[in-house]
Design a binder for this molecule. Sequence first.
Ligand code: 1PR
Length: 592
Amino acid sequence: MEAPPFSSSCSSSPLSSTARILSSSSSSSSSLLFRRNSFSKTHYSAKFKSPRNLSVRASGDSVVTLLDYGAGNVRSVRNAIRYLGFDIKDVQTPEDILKADRLVFPGVGAFAAAMDVLNKNGMAEALCSYIEKDRPFLGICLGLQLLFESSEENGPVNGLGLIPGVVGRFDSSNGFRVPHIGWNALHIKNNSEILDDIGNRHVYFVHSYRAMPSDDNKEWISSTCNYGDNFIASIRRGNVHAVQFHPEKSGDVGLSILRRFLYPKSTTTKKPTEGKASKLAKRVIACLDVRANDKGDLVVTKGDQYDVREHTEENEVRNLGKPVELAGQYYIDGADEVSFLNITGFRDFPLGDLPMLQVLRYTSENVFVPLTVGGGIRDFTDANGRHYTSLEVASEYFRSGADKISIGSDAVYAAEEYLRTGVKTGKTSLEQISRVYGNQAVVVSIDPRRVYLKNPNDVEFKAVKLKNPGPNGEEYAWYQCTVNGGREGRPIGAYELAKAVEELGAGEILLNCIDCDGQGKGFDIDLIKLISDAVSIPVIASSGAGAVEHFTEVFTKTNASAALAAGIFHRKEVPVQSVKEHLLQEGIEVRI
Ligand code: 1PR
């Protein structure tokens, strides 16, 4: 017999006492609902196993209803559901929610905007009714937060009010970088069923707001995560689940969580628990610089100090492989993220570059870790006089499978203007895209070049004392920002740029260094320390990795949250696995 876990009807706005009613009325029935299936638990020992091997075809009623209210990219969730063998039915009307056999709600965008849409089209009421009937439900990220009473995000704004509590912003004053981006550990509190395969492994989070545990909502909590303080990582009551992290971006662990929700009778394997997850892991990112070669084929290339041409008579573009294939390989190898940089995007209009969008589409069908894409994101008027905003360009990248977009040149112009006027116009690409998709979806890629100085007071920009003096014994340098793939130096330093773009809404910084790019001699520690100490958003160290020890060095000597490499992975000199194994041996926590 199935006892309904909820006894009240839900009103979506304004907030009623529903949350309290649900909280108190549910305890008697919850024991009936926290049933546990027994699953076979076979261990297997292969590290970095291809997630493809874990794919399960569903049988029978293999349709998942997806609530996509059109506020952002849910392509990754669609891809993961399809990968697991299910078909998707999109919610068109509130009745579709009520008729669903299993409903997945991947909330995207801002809390207020989402509630607005749900209230206006009647979905809020249908959602509450569906959940009150204990129908199978999985909320993801904002899809968890919306279940709470309210959120401080651009608010206070009322939520669905099913769970007591207010969603608040992480506190960055205690040294924790906000957004919380990356792979973190769960502390499982209650029998959650869908989390049974996680063991001690990390899952992928990306958010600035979170719900906090309290006496009022403790019966809902199935796991918490620690990031400065303990926040709610997942809830479960009966058939109702919601997770703050992204299972669709959490590799094979995430796929197994989705599978357990979609296909509760599946008998999946329990993972080995080596490399215990305890906190936010340092990320290892594989980067693919992509451009068309002289024959017009899109290839992965790699430069030396940004020069990507062979030094032969033909002078052709270096070709290191096919983008989709390489991205798939790095995913299997254990890369925590994959970045595509369309390095000629500054001169070719990205939306005219259909192969690049195709690359994203194909990659996102099989790669279940975050994908970043950059190159050419700016306002643009084409030959027919049609104007495209940078937001439209970014939206097309998101629709094609990107989780984050990266802005290079246009962010430099925006920062220069902001520092000159002191005014945030709200019109720059950076501001527009982060307002719609959230800061966490916007990376600023910086391409600085070292300018040596005898005296740090010779320039108006922040200079650092160098560990290794310059070619003429100079003890100092400032880092001059460039645009158009390093072709043009600008009157702004990396330090000034980083601070300005943080204020304008960047969620993360990808910090390259032209001097070190492709040299294999290690990251520019002086630069990375300077920038990672200056901002409170995560910094990705890039350029110069040549050996596993370089990763340990950058993580021990700077506050970088992630390290990115290209050449050593493409040339198969150092596999991603070796980097991670080395970091683990050195006591640096990484995702395994
Ligand atoms: O300016 O918004 O169109 O974006 C262009 C993007 O393309 C920027 O992110 C810029 O960094 C990148 N880009 C432009 N030209 C080049 C080039 O190489 N000629 N690539 C380029 C930048 C740097 C890293 C590289 C690391 C690691 N590549 O991404 O992958 O340095 O390399 P390594 O491990 O081999 O040392 P916009």
